[in-house]
Design a protein around this ligand. Structure first.
Ligand code: NAD
Length: 344
């Protein structure tokens, strides 16, 4: 981020990670203006931004990154000094059912932002100073078997339409660095968990179904492995990458918590057994685990993701600090509270 301009455009800030990031960033840095551009799709919610809205240096614009006129208008209204680009269609199952919205937002939307930022920053003579930080995923690297972990040198091998759209966006972002000298950086993280994630994702689904007394669907044999990263650890890593990451580089961000889906589901059920005894009795269950049901596997379901975070830990001094046990307990408590309030 250039020192001359501290107006930061965040895209997709009404979603899970973006809203956690904005709330974290406003508290960590009081010398920035934050402009949040979000289309408010089914995945975005202004409810996620209640705390952010109390800051005078926070501004919200409802709009689509895939709409050129909208992005142009943002650059006309604000002198944008840097971008952190979260906005995406993010649910793998939805990308398998219908790929097009993933191309429109994740690929075309990213190109719109790149083109408009390039034009504006070139005109102002600051193209190499102002930073474009693209938020990506470890899913671009494909699937691992038992050993090894993804490094920044692992070739892209996306295996579902969501990860293919994210890999395409990564390549376009890198091409703007190589072709035009744009100051870009990419961070690729593992699965995030924590407050404000949309109800459709794995952890909220387990908690929601369990409390409703409905079967908890687990794909295939439940042995797919993911590396779980607490969302605030991710936010701190992004702050470091945005401010200190090397131009043109990629940084992998992981939680150092590899677990099978079954391990995660069992642990969440145990936490619910402990904190929701009355509900468990009402449903006549000996444990919420009784609700676990195996369903037909997701097509092209990647077996294992694991992230090697040597680069970010050694060069930027970041490492995850939230233990999975603590993060899960906080996450379960947050959703129990959310749905209790909704039920009132
Ligand atoms: N959630 C994870 O575990 C995870 C892991 C690695 C990387 N990522 C990446 O992090 C980013 C954020 O993920 P998330 O889980 O917070 O997603 P999310 O689905 O919770 O939020 C996405 C946000 O983007 C907005 N949006 C969607 N299309 C838009 C458009 N065309 N124009 C403007 N706004 C639009 C939505 O309204 C929503 O607020 C994504 O780029 C995703 O690929 C997520």
């Amino acid at each position: 981020m250039s020192r001359d301009n501290r107006t930061l455009l965040i895209t997709g800030g009404a979603g899970f990670i973006g809203s956690n990031f904005i709330t974290y960033f406003l508290k960590a840095h009081d010398d920035y203006e934050i402009v949040n551009l979000d289309k408010l799709t089914y995945a975005g919610s202004l409810e996620n931004l209640r705390e952010a809205e109390t800051f005078a240096n926070y501004h919200f614009i409802e709009g689509d990154i895939a709409d050129e006129a909208v992005v142009e208008q943002v650059f006309t209204d604000y002198d944008i000094g840097g971008i952190i680009h979260f906005a995406a269609e993010s649910h793998v199952d939805k990308s398998i059912a219908d790929t097009k919205p993933f191309i429109t937002t994740n690929v075309v939307g990213t190109v719109n932002l790149l083109q408009t930022a390039k034009r504006d920053w070139e005109e102002k003579g600051v193209l190499s100073e102002r930073r474009f930080h693209h938020i990506s995923t470890d899913e671009v690297y494909g699937s691992l078997e038992e050993d090894g972990a993804f490094t920044e040198e692992t070739p892209y091998d996306p295996r579902n339409p969501y990860s293919a759209s994210k890999a395409s966006a990564n390549m376009l972002v890198n091409s703007y660095h190589n072709t035009y000298g744009m100051n870009v950086v990419i961070s690729s993280s593992s699965n995030n968990y924590g407050p404000r994630q949309h109800d459709e994702k794995l952890i909220p689904t387990i908690i929601r179904k369990a409390l409703a007394g409905e079967s908890i669907p687990i794909y295939g044999d439940g042995q797919n492995i993911r590396d779980w990263l607490y969302v605030t650890d991710h936010c701190k890593a992004l702050d470091k990458v945005f401010h200190e990451g090397k131009e043109g580089d990629t940084y992998n961000i992981g939680g150092r918590n590899e677990r099978t889906n079954m391990e995660m589901t069992n642990r969440i059920c145990e936490l619910l057994d402990e904190h929701q005894q009355e509900r468990k009795q009402e449903l006549a269950l000996s444990s919420f685990k009784d609700l676990i049901t195996f369903v037909e596997d997701r097509p092209g379901h990647d077996r294992r993701y694991a992230v090697d975070d040597t680069k970010i830990s050694q060069t930027l001094g970041w490492k995850p600090v939230v233990e999975l046990e603590q993060g899960l307990a906080e996450t379960v408590a947050w959703y129990m509270d959310k749905w209790r309030k909704q039920a009132q």
